[in-house]
Design a protein around this ligand. Structure first.
Ligand code: G6P
Length: 607
């Protein structure tokens, strides 16, 4: 989704804005622009396309020189990607960049047209700019407070007023914004990586707080204009963590970071070989109260929830429902006070997941979030939070965030099962020990990289793929399939292997490629029977299974072997790796933009 930056300091503002925006490219965008004060006047430059297109435009035309301004990468919602629809929007008096959606923009536009305003773009953002202009009587904070009282929807806004050429203003609701505190320079940004080159200190802007930054001052106000004191946050990772570090793509780097990310996430949650979630407020007494669990999330995070469902139900014998957040929020779910709603989100800002959290809270249901980004909205608003420690995930396709979400699902399931008396202390401890050994096993699993590259070379011209598996292998297949389709643009679907013959097998001919995942001993023979069924219809089969398994060519064309875990229940953590690598190399071989796939955004802050 859109990226916002703002800068006031002594350096060249345009350069800083573009460099900061480049750190937000992962969010997904289709146009870019800046507004910089030059000789006291707001100069706007913007274009459809990538940041390099903006840079070329500045080089060929006019690059505004100044020390204060705002910048934006746009992910189109209202109006196609075009020069005109690009941000900033406004006029000589005020200029605005926006992330989010203004829901009542039609009504506001009609009002402004009556007042004599003309509109040139199709964006909802232009309405905000004109509304600010309409209400502006010399006091920016007052004006912003007035405007946000009329605007419905979500917004992160960076604003400059011509009367204040040394100030950047910011406000947010349901779209993230941070205020970076540097030395003789201050920033606004949608996310921490944008400022890391300059500072690791920042403030988190809360709902409807208004920030005013100058070169050496940051002030934050509530909507009544009263000053708010805030705690300074410190990013505990540096710029390098948000860089590629020698890898060709962030995705590959992040796949390789999984052992470390898992270790960092698991270690503080294990004490004497037992799960230890008490530091997050999760006690056995509390866990015993729940009779039903809902896991709600979007995309990859939802897939982590599907694995969680299998594991929790198997071990803790409690009913778990997994839901897509955008469905759950409108399906009038039956929630009672003995339910637990678990929200999983890497960014902690996903609009639909956040809406479910609020719905659960309105229904007085306990909420637990599993979130990677510290201080994000979902983390702050839920009753309990367990942070995953994946570090910054830049590639749009989620990999390490998925693995750490899985690891928390396991720890939670172990603790819950033990609290409910469904597993003994010995069994709980044994499983926990196995989990702590997973990072080492993943190091070993990464050795399949060359094999996955080879498999990818066989998939590069595929039109369509099916991922099949049973039980946990099916749960994992969903994620494998999503990975492949989102970055390689090859159609693919995950299917429960046993369900194939109820319809989908009619698609299977010799042009169909099948990735079969078979790591669960109990279900192995059954999955292999399904593999034989598709093989008999000419499909090309890639079998992902545990080391030691051998199959003849009439079952599988290619095999990828992964290390065994003592208990099959933990296999998804291992098997995720080859599926990620197959998707990665297929995307590379097809020449796709691996880290920034078309039309996708890392953090989906609009509905
Ligand atoms: C977007 C991203 C996915 C992610 C999903 C949920 O679609 O591209 O990678 O899984 O949002 O994001 P969250 O931040 O809530 O985990």
């Amino acid at each position: 989704m859109c990226g916002i930056v703002g800068y006031v300091g002594e350096k060249d503002c345009a350069d800083i804005l573009i460099s900061a925006l480049s750190k937000l490219e992962y969010r997904g965008y289709d146009s870019a622009g800046i507004a910089v004060f030059e000789n006291g006047k707001i100069q706007v430059e913007k274009t459809k396309g990538r940041l390099k297109d903006l840079e070329e435009k500045l080089k060929a035309g006019h690059k505004p020189v100044g020390h204060c301004g705002i910048g934006h990468t746009r992910w189109a919602t209202h109006g196609e990607p075009s020069d005109i629809n690009s941000h900033p929007h406004g006029n000589k008096r005020v200029s605005v960049v926006h992330n989010g959606i203004i829901e009542n923009y039609i009504k506001l536009k009609a009002f402004l047209i009556k007042k004599g305003y003309e509109f040139i773009s199709e964006t909802d953002t232009e309405i905000v700019a004109k509304l600010l202009d309409y209400y502006y009587k010399g006091n920016p904070v007052e004006t912003i407070a007035h405007v946000i009282s009329e605007v419905e929807g979500s917004y992160g806004l960076g604003i400059v007023f011509a009367d204040f050429p040394d100030k950047v203003f910011a406000v947010r609701k349901d779209s993230p914004l941070i205020i970076g505190a540097g030395e003789n320079e201050n920033f606004i940004a949608s996310d921490v990586p944008a400022i890391l080159k300059y500072t690791r200190d920042y403030y988190l802007l809360e709902q409807n707080e208004i920030a005013v930054i100058t070169k050496d001052n940051i002030e934050i106000f509530d909507i009544h204009g009263s000053t708010i004191e805030k705690e300074l946050q410190h990013a505990n990772w540096d710029e390098e963590a948000a860089e590629k570090g020698g890898y060709e793509h962030f995705m590959l780097k992040e796949i390789h970071e999984q052992p470390t990310a898992l270790k960092t996430t698991i270690t503080p949650r294990v004490m004497e070989n037992m799960p230890f979630l008490e530091e997050c407020g999760i006690t056995s007494d509390m866990l015993n109260r729940f009779q039903k669990i809902y896991i709600v999330a979007c995309g990859t995070a939802m897939h982590a929830g599907v694995v969680g469902k299998y594991v929790i139900e198997k071990l803790a014998r409690i009913e778990v429902t997994v839901d897509i957040a955008s469905e759950f929020r409108y399906r009038e779910p039956v929630l009672t006070e003995n339910d637990l709603v678990i929200l999983i989100s890497q960014s902690g800002e996903t609009a639909d997941t956040k809406a479910v959290l609020r719905l659960a809270k309105e229904s007085h249901v306990t909420t637990l979030s599993i979130v990677n980004v510290k201080g994000s909205s979902i983390a702050r608003e839920s009753d309990f939070v367990i942070y995953t420690h994946a570090g910054p995930e830049i590639s749009v396709a989620s990999t390490k965030a998925y693995s750490v979400q899985l690891s928390i699902m396991y720890l939670f399931a172990f603790q819950l099962a033990y609290a409910k008396g469904e597993i003994s202390k010995e069994r709980c401890s044994e499983l926990t020990k196995m989990l702590t050994n997973i990072p080492t096993l993943i190091e070993k699993t990464l050795e399949v990289e060359a094999q996955c590259q080879y498999v990818a070379s066989k998939l590069v011209n595929a039109d369509s793929l099916l991922y099949i598996g049973r039980g946990l292998d099916y749960a994992l297949s969903m994620e494998g399939s999503l990975k492949l389709k989102e970055i390689s643009y090859i159609h693919s679907e995950a299917y429960a292997a046993g369900e194939l013959k109820h319809g989908t097998i009619s698609l299977v001919t010799k042009t169909m490629n099948i990735i079969a995942v078979a790591t669960q001993d109990k279900l192995f023979d059954k999955t292999i029977s399904n593999v034989k069924e598709v093989k008999a219809r000419g499909a090309r089969v890639i079998l992902v299974c545990k080391e030691g398994v051998e199959m003849t060519e009439d079952v599988a064309d290619y095999m990828v072997h992964v290390p065994k875990v003592e208990d099959d229940i933990l296999m998804p953590l291992i098997t995720a790796v080859p599926l990620q690598l197959i998707a990665y190399y297929t995307s590379v071989l097809r020449g796709c933009d691996v880290d920034k796939p078309r039309n996708l955004a890392k953090s989906v802050t609009v509905e």
